[in-house]
Design a protein around this ligand. Structure first.
Ligand code: NI
Length: 174
């Protein structure tokens, strides 16, 4: 396994629409595992492939607390089958928007279909935090960040701060 470089916004690679995965094979499984390792190290509770510069429809999630056994979810081609009318609001963060948080309102429950790490089709009913994280990570596959759900004013403040922070740092290796 390997730690991957997580892209920080603003970055054009975070704005692309990710591509369908044909089959979850060893190469995709390796990427999923590397993404999980990267997410745990950050630490974070979700990560989407575009955040590590891979424009494929792959996300990983684990919302278990530190003192609980790990519950990793590996999803390729996630698809929302149903969303509740009832909504819930969480103060969201994102590894691509480090140190920034904002309240985002989304459907409280979702039913999602995906390919798991064994290339098996699965369905999952999620509510609360898990439903929010699934929707947040799926947004990344459309080139959408949580700041795209808040006011343009707040969004621009966050993106400008991050752009400034990036300019003050040594450029990333290619
Ligand atoms: Ni994110």
């Amino acid at each position: 396994m390997a730690l991957l470089n997580v892209l920080v916004a603003p970055d054009p690679r975070l704005k692309v629409k990710a591509k369908h995965v044909d089959i979850v094979d060893d190469e995709v499984r390796r990427l999923m595992d590397d993404m999980l390792e990267t997410m745990y190290a950050a630490p974070g509770i979700g990560l989407a492939a575009p955040q590590v510069g891979d424009a494929r429809r792959i996300i990983v999630i684990d919302i278990a607390h530190d003192d609980e056994p790990k519950q990793p979810l590996r999803m390729a081609n996630p698809e929302i089958l149903w969303r509740s009318d009832e909504e819930t609001t969480y103060n969201e963060g994102c590894l691509s928007l480090p140190e920034h948080y904002a309240d985002v309102t989304r459907p409280r429950e979702v039913r999602v279909r995906y390919l798991d790490h064994q290339n098996e089709i699965r369905e999952l009913h999620a509510d609360g935090l898990l439903a929010t994280v699934i929707q947040h990570e799926m947004d990344h596959l459309q080139g959408v960040l949580f700041v795209d759900h808040i006011s343009p004013l707040k969004r621009n403040i966050i993106l400008r701060k991050l752009a400034k922070l990036k300019r003050s740092k040594v450029p990333e290796p290619a």
